[in-house]
Design a protein around this ligand. Sequence first.
Ligand SMILES: Nc1ncnc2c1ncn2[C@@H]1O[C@H](COP(=O)(O)OP(=O)(O)OP(=O)(O)O)[C@@H](O)[C@H]1O
Ligand SMILES: [Mg+2]
Length: 336
Amino acid sequence: MPPAIETLHLTRRYGREIALDNLNLTVQEGSIYGFIGPNGAGKTTTLRLLAGLLAPSSGEVRLMGQPQSVGSAQRLVGYMPDVSGVYDDLRVREYLDFFARCYGMAAAERQNTVRQLLDLVGLTEKRDAFVQNLSRGMQQRLSLAHALVHNPPVLLLDEPASGLDPRARVELRELLRTLREMGKTVLLSSHILSELAEICNEIGIIERGKMVVSGSVETVRQQLQGNAKLRMKVLRDRRQAESALRMLMNEAKKADAGEEEQATDDVAERPAGLPPIRRLIADPTDPQVILIETEAVDEDQQAALLAYLMAKGVAVSEFGTQVESLEELFLRLTAA
Ligand SMILES: Nc1ncnc2c1ncn2[C@@H]1O[C@H](COP(=O)(O)OP(=O)(O)OP(=O)(O)O)[C@@H](O)[C@H]1O
Ligand SMILES: [Mg+2]
């Protein structure tokens, strides 16, 4: 099955500025793809190119395996812009009916479509309200209904969660799940990674017009996570724990430098298979917690380290790997 959305070396310039630089993006059919990047990264530009509202400077867009044309973009794509225009003195049902007319639907089909869409986005009760009187969250939902009028297989949602309260975000998430069950392919943008990580099965991070990393949430996490961290909590005498760990760290450094190991008691006690420790980090929120940064660490190495600390008389109450939150990874990645 060809990908629902594919871009090949997609590039867009505004004058001399490159807003999008050789972007290769692939979204499989049925995916919910989170497109994440800071302000000015090129998200809106990409979405507008995919929707056929902007022409590429070079490169290509493919939709459902076919090269994009004006007609195919209109038929295959539903686009929800980050800010929708205001339509004064139009009621909710009239607003949707207007766009259904634009797609040439007959009266009976329009009525049916408007009813189903209002039901889908939870605006049935507001069908007679004026569009300009809807709350921000309701306007977002109406805008989504608008994008769905012609039942396109691909949806492009630009910052759909911005300005929504926590409850509205949960509702948006549920709506996205429903869209997925309907078989739609959804690409949505945000500058907040954690907002998308739960709903999306794939994410891509864009910065300054370039894709930095993309793939499943798990793949991205693995790609970004350079160093592993262990977290341990000591019951008392944190210093003793730290000095035992520092000793290990120094030994590792000496070994790196090619110095011969000295046959001290400590070395003799040292169990085999300990992880190479890079540095110790204090946890500002809990003085009893020590974060241990290592290179990749496996379970055997973890067990060996715990055994070593216990042999040193350190009272460890908690011990495990610390998973860096996606938000932390994102900030580290997009830091200037
Ligand atoms: N019409 C335009 N004319 C000139 N430059 C533009 C135009 N639209 C966007 N740009 C520039 O292209 C770059 C990417 O902008 P874009 O709107 O795609 O970013 P974005 O990722 O959507 O940002 P945000 O999170 O703020 O919405 C920016 O440097 C912006 O200034
Ligand atoms: Mg934008």
